[in-house]
Design a protein around this ligand. Structure first.
Ligand code: SAM
Length: 244
C-alpha cells in the first residue's frame, strides 16, 4: 500500500484524505463487500447504530460494551477498521486523551466517515491502511470488532499476527466477532444461510479459535467468552512478559 500516512483528525477534510489507487483496497472488498462498505450511497444508509443492532440481533450494545470494558483510560489503542454506528467515538471517549487512539481502515470512504465521527477528538489518528500489514508503534491494546469474519483465511492469519505484533508486553488484543453457535441455537440455520449468501469467510472463523491463526500463540494468555448462545465471542489475548 502506498503510504501509511497518519491522518490527524481535525486539520484535514474528508476530501483531503490520501487516496490509494483502487488496487490498494483488497480484492475481497470489491468482490464481496462493495455494496456494504465501498458504495458511498449505501455507506451513508448503513452507517447507523440501528443497523448494527439489527445485524447483531439486538446484541450490538452488549458486544460493544464487552469491548469498551477492556479499555483502560490511560491505554494507547489501535482499532483495526472503522465500525458502523457509534463504537469508534465511544472508544475515543473512554480514553484520557484523543492522541491515544489510532484507527487503521482500508477503504477511503470508511476512513473518511471515521474521521468525521472523530472530529471532537482532534488528535486521534485515522490511518488509511490495511490491518494485515499496518506498521505502527506498540500499543497497550489492539482491538477488532467484527473484522475477522469478513476477511479470507490468509488475511485472518495476517490480521491476527499483525495486530498481535503491535501489543506491548502486558498489553492485550481484543477480538469481538462471530463464533460457532450452540448446535441447538434457533438462529443457527438462518445464520448459515446468511453466511453463505453474504459472509463467505465467516464460517471458517466459527470453525477455529482465534489463537489458531497466531504464529506464536504461547506468547499470549488467551481467554474467550461467548454471548447469545455462542453466536458471538470476545477473545482476549494478553501478551506474557518475557520472564514468563
Ligand atoms: C470492522 S468491519 C465491521 C463490520 C460491522 N458489521 C459493522 O458494524 O461495521 C467493517 C470495516 O472493515 C474494513 N476493512 C475490511 N478489511 C480491512 C482490512 N484488511 N484492514 C482495515 N480495514 C478493513 C471495511 O472497509 C469496513 O469499514
Amino acid at each position: 500500500m502506498a503510504p501509511f500516512d497518519a491522518l490527524k483528525v481535525a486539520p484535514m477534510k474528508t476530501s483531503e484524505l490520501i487516496r490509494p489507487s483502487p488496487t490498494d483496497v483488497p480484492a475481497y472488498m470489491h468482490d464481496v463487500y462493495d455494496w456494504a462498505y465501498l458504495n458511498p450511497r449505501n455507506v451513508r444508509l448503513l452507517d447507523r447504530e440501528i443497523v448494527v443492532e439489527l445485524i447483531l440481533w439486538g446484541n450490538g450494545h452488549r458486544l460493544k460494551e464487552a469491548l469498551l470494558t477492556e479499555i483502560d483510560p490511560g491505554a494507547t489503542v489501535l482499532q483495526a477498521a472503522h465500525v458502523y454506528g457509534t463504537l469508534i467515538t465511544e472508544i475515543a471517549a473512554k480514553l484520557t486523551h484523543s492522541n491515544q487512539l489510532e484507527v487503521v481502515e482500508v477503504a477511503p470512504v470508511q476512513a473518511g466517515r471515521c474521521r468525521e465521527k472523530l472530529r471532537d477528538f482532534p488528535e486521534a489518528i485515522v490511518r488509511l491502511g490495511d490491518a494485515a500489514t499496518v506498521r505502527t508503534t506498540p500499543k497497550d491494546m489492539v482491538s477488532s470488532f467484527f473484522l475477522l469474519h469478513e476477511v479470507p483465511s490468509d488475511y485472518k492469519r495476517a490480521v491476527v499476527n499483525t495486530l498481535l505484533g503491535h501489543v506491548k508486553e502486558g498489553g492485550k488484543a481484543v477480538f469481538v466477532d462471530y463464533h460457532q453457535p450452540h448446535w441447538l441455537h434457533p438462529l443457527k440455520p438462518l445464520m448459515m444461510v446468511i453466511f453463505d449468501l453474504f459472509e463467505p469467510f465467516a464460517k471458517e472463523l466459527c470453525q477455529h479459535t482465534i489463537s489458531d491463526y497466531a504464529d506464536d500463540p504461547d506468547a499470549f494468555l488467551w481467554h474467550t467468552e461467548t454471548y447469545f448462545g455462542g453466536l458471538y465471542q470476545k477473545t482476549v489475548a494478553i501478551r506474557r512478559s518475557d520472564a514468563g
